[in-house]
Design a protein around this ligand. Structure first.
Ligand SMILES: Cc1cc2nc3c(=O)[nH]c(=O)nc-3n(C[C@H](O)[C@H](O)[C@H](O)COP(=O)(O)OP(=O)(O)OC[C@H]3O[C@@H](n4cnc5c(N)ncnc54)[C@H](O)[C@@H]3O)c2cc1C
Length: 380
């Protein structure tokens, strides 16, 4: 007789309670799955990252029961304008039936944590660091450190949602391939009483400057760093905005712009056996275009369905989830690479004129609906 399989601690263990792991946790708990989330942090994640919530992401927040709370705090963008050399090349409106919302990630994260806590109190284990996950064939073993003690959990499936620098992905040999699109940027969120509800994207010769309204009278500025350019200080950041856009926002000398390098990667295999990668652990999407977290949420919707079907009929095949995640990630990465190219520094003359013509044509009446679908993540 084969050895009996152990009684499992959980249906699913999720490693990492970022916004994507949390959303999957909510969906599974809502569907009656016994889910545990292991999160190494013991406090809030206050890093300044995502702000944009696109229609596919909002649909998943609604499905998880967190959409109403997010809508109540978020700012709805009225539209966006693309400019170059002081002229508006294209403008898009975001209709009420496909809204684009803006809310700092730390708030979205807090609202998802609260939702999970209501659905399944105690499912989230903070201060719990996972050091290994092993597929044993009929179940998974998760090794963790919590409160200074080593422990082991067993579950039918494990989901690795431990972020872009995933320590577990490498150990599992699921690959990490570089994709096109890389550049350096700096960003800062600064008070602005006249923030409005329109996003402005300056794609002039000096390189991209983005300006997004945030709730509560705050504006996020994002500046592409040109070669050897100092945009890491308040003075350098403000000067780049002034030179490239003509605007001179009140950015105090105490503001420290956050520098980041946009890169793109995708896992070779987002799922194998009883283990799946999710969110940034499965794909790194350039922040330009604001798609990474939204795409992770869309993946979470697919993985929720796949896991529930697998738990119901005892299968261990998440291959379809893996294939669809790869396809969506590559699509989002192509879009982000395009946005980054549109915001690269460009020489005056033909290269700049050609780019301006392309942006104008995307904003023209026949192509505008298609362009709006592109930037609001239609089809991903
Ligand atoms: C500047 C910037 C702007 C962005 N803007 C947008 C935007 O507007 N829209 C958008 O959609 N996306 C945006 N993104 C991307 C977005 O921030 C990420 O896609 C999102 O945070 C991914 O969520 P996640 O849950 O997959 O990973 P993470 O948020 O990285 O969460 C991973 C979690 O796993 C935990 N963890 C790690 N290792 C372990 C371990 N061994 N054991 C237990 N826990 C562990 C971590 O502590 C963390 O809490 C932006 C990113 C940046 C950098």
């Amino acid at each position: 007789m084969p050895p009996a399989e152990p009684r499992l601690d959980h249906g699913v263990v999720i490693v990492g309670a970022g916004p994507v792991g949390l959303l999957l946790g909510c969906l599974l708990a809502q569907g009656g799955v016994d889910v545990a989330l292991c999160e190494q942090r013991d406090g809030d994640d206050v890093r300044s990252r995502a702000i944009g919530i696109h229609p596919p992401g909002l649909a998943m927040l609604d499905r998880a029961g967190a959409g109403a709370a997010v809508r109540a705090e978020a700012l709805a963008l009225a539209g966006g304008e693309v400019l170059s050399r002081g002229r508006v090349l294209a403008s898009l409106a975001f209709p009420a039936d496909r809204p684009v919302l803006v809310l700092p990630q730390r708030r979205t994260h807090a609202l998802l944590s609260q939702r999970l806590d209501r659905l399944s109190p105690g499912a989230l284990r903070a201060g719990c660091s996972v050091s290994g996950v092993r597929d044993e064939g009929g179940f998974v073993r998760v090794r963790l450190d919590a409160e200074g003690r080593r422990r082991e959990l067993t579950a039918a499936f494990a989901v690795i949602a431990d972020g872009v620098h995933s320590g577990l992905r490498t150990g599992l040999g699921l690959g990490w391939r570089r994709r096109a699109g890389s550049a350096r940027y700096a960003m800062a969120d600064v008070p602005d009483p006249d923030v409005g509800a329109t996003a402005l994207l300056h794609c002039g010769p000096g390189g991209l400057v983005e300006s997004f309204p945030l709730p509560g009278g705050v504006r996020r500025w994002v500046v592409r760093a040109a070669e050897d350019e100092d945009v890491g200080t308040a003075a350098g950041f403000r000067a780049a905005i002034r030179v490239r856009t003509g605007a001179d926002p009140a950015i105090g000398s105490d503001v420290v712009p956050v520098a980041f390098t946009a890169r793109q990667h995708v896992a070779r295999a987002p799922a194998r056996g009883r283990i799946a990668l999710l969110g940034d652990a499965a794909h790194e999407i350039s922040p330009i275009g604001g798609q990474g977290m939204n795409l992770g949420w869309a993946d979470a919707g697919r993985l929720d369905a796949a896991l529930r079907a697998a738990l119901a009929d005892g299968r261990a095949d998440l291959g379809d989830y893996g294939r669809r995640t790869l396809r969506a990630a590559r699509g989002a990465q192509r879009r982000s690479a395009f946005y980054m190219a549109m915001g690269a520094p460009a020489r005056h003359g033909l290269p700049l004129l050609a780019r301006e013509l392309l942006i104008r044509s995307l904003g023209s009446a026949p192509l505008r609906p298609w362009a709006a679908g592109l930037v609001t993540m239609r089809g991903l």
